[in-house]
Write a protein that binds this ligand. Structure first.
Ligand SMILES: Nc1nc2c(c(=O)[nH]1)N[C@H]1C(S)=C(S)[C@@H](COP(=O)(O)OP(=O)(O)OC[C@H]3O[C@@H](n4cnc5c(N)ncnc54)[C@H](O)[C@@H]3O)O[C@H]1N2
Ligand code: MOO
Length: 400
C-alpha cells in the first residue's frame, strides 16, 4: 500500500490556492455566520446623548435631600424641552435624554409624589443612573474588524451602528453528485440489489452548516457520459466545489478518474493514508475544485468532515483550525494500527477519570447506524501501537 498520501498533506493540497471568495453586500439581518470583508465603523454614537438608566426623576444631586418641583417629563425618544434649575426635577423614563441642568437620576421607588412636588429623603451621587453619550460605542470607531465571523450578537451590534447592509465574503457554492447504478433516492421503492442513497444528504447538511449554498445534482449511473454531463452542469453553473460520492476506487465501474481526465483536470491526489476514506481524490476542473469522496457512507462522511468543511471555511473567509481534539481514555482495548490514520466511531461517557471513549466493536465503513449512534471519532495515528482500556487517546466530537 505504498503511495498513500498522509492526511495532513492531503488537507494542505485541498486548501492550496483556495482563498476567500469575493465580497458581496447583504442585509444585516442575514449575516449570521458570514465573515466581514471590511472593518465596520460605528456611524453614530450609542447612546447618542446622556440617557437615563431608570424610571424616576432627573435632578441636581446638590438639591438632595429635599422637596423638588416637577417641571415636566422626558421619555425615550422625547426629550424635555427646558432646563432643570435649582429645586426642580423632571419626571424621566428609562432611555430618555437627561435634560440640561440635571446631573443625576433617582429611581421612582426612592421618591414620594405630592402633587407637583416630589419628596426625596436621600442623597444622590452626581452621575447616578446616567448612561453617558458613547458609553457603548463612539462614532467613527472601528468596532467590528474585517475577518469577524458574524454571530447573533455582532449582528445586533452592526445593526445598532446603523448598517442596513454589510460586506461579507460570498458563500461557497457546492454541488453534490452521487454516482452508482445501485442508488435510488429515499422514498422510492428500491428494486433488488438497490441501495437508498444517503451520502449526498449528509454531505449537503454538513456543507450548509459550514456556510455553503448547496445544489443537488442527483444520482448519476455508472456511465461516463451521464456522469460527465452532470459534472459539466456543475462547472457551467459556477460552483466553487463539486463533491462526488462513489466511483473513487479501482473497480471497473469506478469512473471518477476518467471523468477528471475527460474534463482536462489534473488529479491533485488519489488515495490517502486514512481509514475510512482511502480512495479520496481531489482535482481542479477550471474554477471548480472537485472532491471525489469514497462511496462507503462512513468514508464519505469522515472525508467531508476532514476535507470539505475546512475547504468551505477557507472559501467563506473563516479560519481553518481543523477539528478540535480532546483528551479521553479508551473504554476498551484497541489493536495496533497500520499505516492509515484511523477514525474509530465511539461512544463517549464520563467517569471519575474523565471522558471515556469506547469504540464500537465493528468499524465497517458501510455502517451508517453506528455512525449515527457515535458521539466521537477516536484518532489513531498511523502505526499507533496496541492500547489497553484506560490508556489515553484523542477524540474529535461528531457534530450534534
Ligand atoms: N480492490 C479494492 N477495492 C476497494 C478498495 C481498494 O483499495 N481496492 N478500497 C475500498 C474502500 S477503502 C472504499 S471506501 C470503497 C470506495 O469505493 P467507491 O468510492 O468506488 O464507492 P462505490 O463502489 O461506488 O460504493 C461503495 C459502497 O458505498 C455505497 N454507496 C455509494 N454511494 C452511496 C450513497 N450515495 N449513499 C449510500 N451508499 C452509497 C455503495 O452502494 C457501495 O456499497 O472501495 C473499497 N474497495
Ligand atoms: O474508505 Mo474505505 O471506507 O476505508 O473502506
Amino acid at each position: 500500500m505504498a503511495g498513500l498520501l498522509p492526511v495532513e498533506e492531503a488537507l494542505a493540497r485541498v486548501l492550496d490556492g483556495a482563498s476567500p471568495l469575493p465580497e458581496e453586500w447583504i442585509p444585516v439581518g442575514d449575516c449570521d455566520g458570514r465573515v466581514l470583508t471590511r472593518d465596520l465603523l460605528a456611524s453614530r454614537s450609542q447612546p447618542p446623548d446622556d440617557m437615563s438608566a431608570m424610571d424616576g426623576y432627573a435632578l441636581r444631586a446638590s438639591d438632595l435631600p429635599g422637596r423638588l418641583t416637577v417641571i415636566g417629563e422626558a421619555a425615550a425618544g422625547r426629550a424635555f424641552g427646558g432646563e432643570v434649575g435649582t429645586g426642580q426635577a423632571v419626571r424621566i423614563f428609562t432611555g430618555a435624554p437627561i435634560p440640561p441642568g440635571a446631573d443625576a437620576v433617582i429611581m421612582q421607588e426612592d421618591t414620594a409624589r405630592d402633587g407637583d412636588a416630589v419628596i426625596i429623603d436621600r442623597t444622590a451621587r452626581p452621575g447616578q443612573f446616567i448612561r453617558r453619550r458613547g458609553l457603548d460605542f463612539t462614532a467613527g470607531v472601528s468596532v467590528l474588524p474585517a475577518g469577524t465571523v458574524m454571530n447573533p450578537r455582532s449582528l445586533a451590534l452592526a445593526a445598532a451602528m446603523n448598517h442596513a447592509s454589510v460586506p461579507v465574503h460570498r458563500r461557497p457554492r457546492v454541488a453534490i453528485l452521487s454516482t452508482g447504478d445501485e442508488l435510488v433516492e429515499p422514498g422510492t421503492a428500491p428494486g433488488p440489489n438497490q441501495i437508498v442513497s444517503s451520502n449526498a444528504l449528509a454531505i449537503a447538511a454538513m456543507a450548509r452548516r459550514a456556510g455553503a449554498d448547496v445544489t443537488h445534482l442527483g444520482i448519476a449511473p455508472d456511465r461516463l457520459d451521464a456522469t460527465l454531463a452532470r459534472v459539466r452542469l456543475a462547472r457551467s453553473e459556477g460552483h466553487d466545489i463539486l463533491v462526488t460520492s462513489g466511483g473513487a476506487s479501482v473497480g471497473e465501474y469506478d469512473l471518477m478518474r476518467d471523468v477528471i481526465r475527460h474534463e482536462g483536470g489534473e488529479l491533485g491526489f488519489w488515495k490517502i493514508a486514512m481509514r475510512p476514506g482511502k480512495p479520496l481524490m481531489m482535482a481542479d476542473l477550471g474554477e471548480t475544485r472537485l472532491l471525489g469522496l469514497p462511496g462507503n457512507p462512513v468514508a464519505s462522511f469522515v472525508c467531508a468532515m476532514l476535507f470539505l468543511e475546512p475547504l468551505i471555511a477557507r472559501l467563506a473567509g473563516r479560519a481553518v483550525d481543523g477539528p478540535a481534539t480532546e483528551a479521553a481514555i479508551l473504554g476498551s482495548d484497541v489493536p495496533a494500527n497500520d499505516l492509515r490514520a484511523d477514525h474509530l466511531r465511539a461512544r463517549l461517557t464520563t467517569s471519575a477519570d474523565g471522558l471515556v471513549a469506547t469504540p464500537f466493536p465493528v468499524q465497517d465503513s458501510s455502517m451508517i447506524r453506528v455512525l449515527a449512534e457515535a458521539d466521537a471519532l477516536i484518532l489513531r495515528p498511523p502505526h499507533a501501537p496496541a492500547a489497553r482500556a484506560g490508556e489515553p487517546c484523542r477524540v474529535v466530537r461528531l457534530p450534534r
